[in-house]
Write a protein that binds this ligand. Sequence first.
Ligand code: SF4
Length: 441
Amino acid sequence: MPAPAKPALDTSTTAGNYFVSNYPPFSFWKQDDVPEVMAAIDREPKPGTPLGIYAHIPFCRKRCHFCYFKVYTDKDSSEIRAYTNALLSELKTYAEKPFIGGRKPNFVYFGGGTPSYLSINQLQELTDGMKALLPWDEAEEVAFECEPGTLTDHKLKALRELGITRLSLGVENFDDHILEINGRAHRSKEIIRAYNYAREVGFPQINIDLIAGMVEETDENWVATVAQTVEVAPDCVTIYEMEIPYNTTIFQRMKAEGKLVAPVADWETKRRWVDYAFGELEKAGYTVTSAYTAVKNPEKTKFVYRDRLWEGADLLSVGVASFGHIGGTHYQNYHEFDPYVERVNRGELPIYRALTPSDDERLIREFILQMKLGHLSLGYFEKKFGVDPKVRFAEPIQRLKDWGFATIEGDQFMINREGLLQVDKLLHEFFLPEHRNKRYA
Ligand code: SF4
């Protein structure tokens, strides 16, 4: 009998989201559901639920052409101060609510934007204020995203002293021409300088982010970028396949020029590049631990923020446009600077939209997010949700098995390398029908 046909995969890169970071899709979160998160904040937490904090720092030196985040490149120091004060006021309101239930944060994450855009003083004030409200002394991980060109030896030292344990460098590529035409603010010299300082300072974990398929990326250059990554030998390497969401400068240009296909490599090439990078990293002793990451020492190098979130932790998220999850309800803050700051200054929580997933949607969410690890425990889901995932997901599991991407080995549902390289596409097979083929964000 012939093997069942594999799914029709996108070939050229067209506009839209590839990466699935949450479920149900953001486009289904509604303003009408904000009272549900307000009610969740006033309830005691479910016993055993870890608490994390996410702080969004929306400032960057320049806007990268592929960026789809809410970022500002024109704010002066008084506006930045007003913003960090608003973050602290927002956190203070949350810190006094019943959902905290005496918990201290298990993990803290600074994302953006560019958290390292803040000055040492601004960072000290912000983190002192955060610790005074919800102490970090029990946090397993404090992660911090950086743009290499914003880092000095003094700032790196200060970051370590503030308690940062996982430093993540947004390198993306080591070639100056590629960095420049993609609108990145930093150059390769700054990467190496920042990396070497960071090593000297002694962060427990340094991660390097790369993107496969930036504008004008070539086989030759990608090989060189991977070789350079292996040479600097970070603890963790994270590789994303380039996607072109609608709110990127690249898409705006495509629209103006009437083009449907983005000026970046097709999906097959991007998968081949990630596969090549994983292969080279494995040769250098790394272990691939998810669809996007390879780590030098899997025993030591964990990513607590990701793993807790993918197991349904509470995420108290503060800052403009940030996404959180409290007591079973997803929420997102207002996504423009002034409305966000004004609401916080009026003593209101700046929540714009929310959604409370049903039990089945929570099951789908955790299942698809954990699939990105390449293996998940079926027993974990049965115990947590009281549902046998082999029965609930019988059809999509069979499809993935027929396509040669998945196997079941004892308690483990395993996705192989070929499946992992396109996992975000495959996750849609597990979505409820009403969420398929709909705009994601
Ligand atoms: S540094 Fe990151 S957040 Fe800032 S513009 Fe570039 S991609 Fe966006």
